[in-house]
Design a protein around this ligand. Structure first.
Ligand code: ATP
Ligand code: SKM
Ligand code: MG
Length: 191
């Protein structure tokens, strides 16, 4: 397939972006199920291709190689696939090429949460995210705040603080259906 130009918004891939632990994998999976769409988690896909966890890829191949892998995979999926749900890794969207490809070919949802809410998730993610290793809480907060300027370039922002994953997914599906009906009434992906 050639580059996705002028595709209908119903056919566009949906991409989830946001900080580590914001819920991109969890919510992406739920949204995919609710919309009967294929789900691709970029981190899991890289782990599958290389047959090792991300933390080991960082250790053995270095962060720069990981960033190249995620960039190439995301850009290729953006250009060559449709109707998919893509959950990006937390740092992928910091790369300009990734941002451009996502914004041009996907509906980009920023899953946002407050620093206070994020801190409650630390025990759930701390061991498996190499970027968080050997950092103080202040340093992690700085990263959390600094990355917002990139995440703020999106099509839609959903605040997930105080909401369980199922409710966030329902809210996203509702907003998508509304947008599809407003911008492309009387159309289905089979037209
Ligand atoms: N809305 C939510 N409320 C409470 N816990 C949540 C919510 N969404 C996700 N979680 C939990 O937070 C943890 C991290 O979620 P998840 O792995 O989906 O984050 P992520 O954004 O994909 O992170 P990464 O960028 O590192 O891939 C999981 O244990 C998940 O169950
Ligand atoms: O925020 C980040 O930089 C990362 C987030 C994870 O999803 C993984 O992609 C990896 O651990 C790096
Ligand atoms: Mg994830």
């Amino acid at each position: 397939m050639t580059e996705n130009i002028d595709i209908s918004i119903r056919e566009k891939n949906i991409a989830f972006i946001g900080f580590m632990g914001a819920g991109k994998t969890t919510i992406g999976q739920l949204v995919a199920k609710k919309l009967y769409r294929d789900f691709i988690d970029i981190d899991e896909e890289i782990e599958r291709i290389h047959q090792m966890p991300i933390s080991q890829i960082f250790k053995e191949m270095g962060e720069a190689s990981f960033r190249k892998m995620e960039r190439e995979l995301i850009v290729s999926l953006c250009k060559n696939t449709r109707v998919k749900i893509l959950s990006l890794g937390g740092g992928a969207y910091l790369q300009e090429e990734v941002r451009k490809a996502c914004l041009a070919n996907c509906l980009v949802f920023f899953l946002d949460l407050s620093w206070e809410s994020w801190k409650e998730r630390i025990p759930l993610i701390i061991d498996s995210r190499p970027i968080l290793q050997n950092k103080s809480l202040d340093e992690i907060e700085e990263l959390f705040l600094n990355r917002r300027s990139a995440y703020n370039i999106h099509h839609s922002r959903i605040t997930t603080s105080e909401l369980d994953a199922e409710s966030v997914a329902d809210q996203i599906v509702e907003s998508l259906k509304l947008a599809w009906d407003i911008y492309e009434p009387n159309r289905s992906i089979f037209d």
